[in-house]
Design a protein around this ligand. Structure first.
Ligand code: PEP
Ligand code: MN
Length: 343
């Protein structure tokens, strides 16, 4: 349930309400808005004591949260959330462009791709050091050496970095190097991993599972939020379908669908959704037009030699052209790609 405090509630009343929530065995999640504070009360709402919150000083209303996801719901937090990754804002009109190679392959490749994506206007650099590959014989990533390279190159080009974490045992290590943790489609319902990432204060990019519903995605976000990490960005990356001319089926309706139900930012990854560089720019434009808070794409200067996902990589000049179009589109819809440092 939600306790909506009166606009004139005093600090002492707010503190008292939080204490009462704890005393009765619930977990409080406080959201301080411009005009009023609301307290998300997580726990068994059917407890008879819950009724008494109506009598707590400073409390104006006690509302049930009807959605199964509570902290992720708009009922709990009516304004759009803004997530900071390093100095880059995502949400509230600021767009993220997350770009880079699928995997960190070497210092030289990472340096070259970063130089190109930075020049094109990307504000967050990506690259996988732990790769979830369909085949155990495919390149599995460079591990910690890859994380070090990613961090170094991110600093060189003044871009925060995002990279995938696949296992609870990697979380501490990845947090040492990354500004944002990526939870991949294959791990969207790895609940222990969600909880472990939720215990950190590093922002999380949560990708939709390939057979997950929008509700499943929001329930997974709830796991992270419930552990106290409020910096969650969702990512639509396509779902499995009968269509076999694209890698997945991009569910563009997920963007406004999520926005209607949740305050969390959502971005789109047309690279993994389509698997086709000829389709990525138009789907990126559609994402911004549909209200997404950013785009995530893979770029490589020599896809032929890429160690993973080469066939879907955009060439640097394709990335540059796409960004030109996206910037014009963003201006037309009253948003912009946030520049690192211009928070
Ligand atoms: C990736 O971003 O490299 C990746 C593996 O994505 P997904 O988890 O969406 O398949
Ligand atoms: Mn990839």
């Amino acid at each position: 349930m939600i306790l909506v405090l009166r606009p004139d509630a005093t600090l002492a009343q707010i503190e008292h309400a939080i204490e009462r929530v704890k005393e009765l065995g619930f977990t409080p999640h406080v959201s301080r808005g411009q005009s009023r504070t609301i307290i998300g009360v997580i726990g068994d709402e059917t407890k008879p004591e819950a009724e008494n919150f109506k009598a707590t000083p400073g409390v104006e209303q006690v509302l049930p949260i009807l959605k199964p996801f509570k902290l992720a719901s708009r009922e709990f937090h009516s304004d759009d959330s803004v997530v900071f990754v390093g100095k880059v804002r995502i949400g509230g009109g600021s767009l993220a462009m997350i770009a880079g190679p699928c995997a960190v392959e070497s210092y030289e490749v990472m340096d070259t791709v970063a130089k190109y994506v930075k020049a094109g206007g990307a504000n967050i650099l990506r690259g996988g050091a732990f790769k979830p590959r369909t085949s155990p014989y495919s390149f599995q990533g460079m591990g910690e050496d890859g994380l070090k390279i990613l961090k170094d190159i991110g600093q060189k080009y003044d871009m925060p970095v995002v990279t995938e974490v696949m296992d609870t045992r990697q979380v501490e290590l990845v947090c040492k190097y990354a500004d944002m943790l990526q939870l991949g489609a294959r791990n969207m319902q790895n609940f222990d991993l969600l909880k472990e990432c939720g215990r950190t204060r590093t922002p999380v990019l949560l990708k939709r599972g390939m057979s997950a519903t929008v509700k499943d995605l929001l329930m997974s976000a709830e796991y992270i939020l419930a552990e106290g990490n409020k910096s969650v960005v969702l990512c639509e990356r396509g779902v499995r379908s009968f269509e076999d001319s694209t890698r997945n089926m991009l569910d563009m309706s997920a963007v406004p669908n999520v926005k209607g139900q949740s305050h969390l930012p959502i971005i789109v990854d047309p690279s993994h959704a389509t698997g086709r560089p000829d389709l990525i720019p138009s789907m990126a434009r559609a994402s911004v037009a549909a209200g997404a808070d950013g785009v995530h794409v893979e770029v490589h200067h020599c896809p032929e030699k890429a160690l993973s996902d080469g066939p879907q990589a955009l060439l640097p000049h394709q990335f540059l052209d796409m960004m030109g179009d996206l910037r014009r589109l963003a201006t037309a819809v009253g948003r912009e790609f946030a520049e690192p440092g211009r928070a």
